[in-house]
Design a protein around this ligand. Structure first.
Ligand code: ZN
Length: 198
């Protein structure tokens, strides 16, 4: 669903806040983030986005702590340190309605070997994450990293950030979350296969 074009209004904001809280708990439970790692955002209207706050354990988010950001303004204080990457991505890609950034251990392990998850390994890969892009190791929170991510997410729904983690996009938060789960499954499958050699 194109959230920005289908009449989503402030009335849907409580539901979207609850979805982000549930997504933070899910990412934590699955081991894709630990503690305050990672960040999540959802488009709530044509020019506004809800972003997770900086420094909060994502497994214990509360709806009221999420930060409302405007696409044409700098991220407000308290928003995730990676909020700029989210805002630039939404500005440039109207079809993207949700973003998930995590530090999946398998994806990171694979990246140390110079590899990224291969969508062809599994049926779910082809279906949900048909392309995976990568961006170089740049300073977390920097404009350079934000720009690289925004460009890469125009080419692929999943991006591996070298020595850092991954970011997935979706037309809903559910889709972005599923893509992160499948990305990690692809990585774990590659690591387990062939006696651990990639
Ligand atoms: Zn990170």
């Amino acid at each position: 669903m194109r959230v920005g074009e289908t009449g989503e209004t402030a009335s849907s904001e409580p539901r979207l806040r609850a979805e982000i809280v549930a997504a933070g708990a899910s990412l934590t439970r699955l081991g894709l983030i630990r503690g305050a790692e990672g960040n999540i955002s959802v488009r709530v209207g044509p020019a506004s986005v809800l972003v997770t706050p900086s420094g909060w354990a994502k497994g214990r988010l509360q709806g009221a702590c999420l930060v409302l950001c405007h696409l044409d303004a700098e991220p407000p204080r308290g928003a995730s340190s990676e909020a700029l990457a989210h805002l630039l991505t939404y500005q440039r890609h109207p079809l993207i309605a949700a973003l998930v950034h995590a530090h999946p251990p398998g994806v990171l392990a694979l990246a140390t070997r110079g590899a990224i998850p291969d969508p062809e390994l599994l049926k779910e890969g082809r279906l949900l994450v048909p392309r995976v892009a990568r961006v170089p190791a740049l300073a977390p929170g920097s404009r350079e990293l934000a720009e690289e991510c925004a460009v890469a997410l125009g080419r692929a729904p999943a991006v591996v950030m070298a020595r850092h983690g991954a970011i997935t996009a979706g037309s809903s938060l559910r889709e972005a979350l599923q893509r992160m789960e499948v990305l990690e499954l692809l990585a774990q499958t590659a690591l387990s296969a062939h006696g651990g050699r990639v």
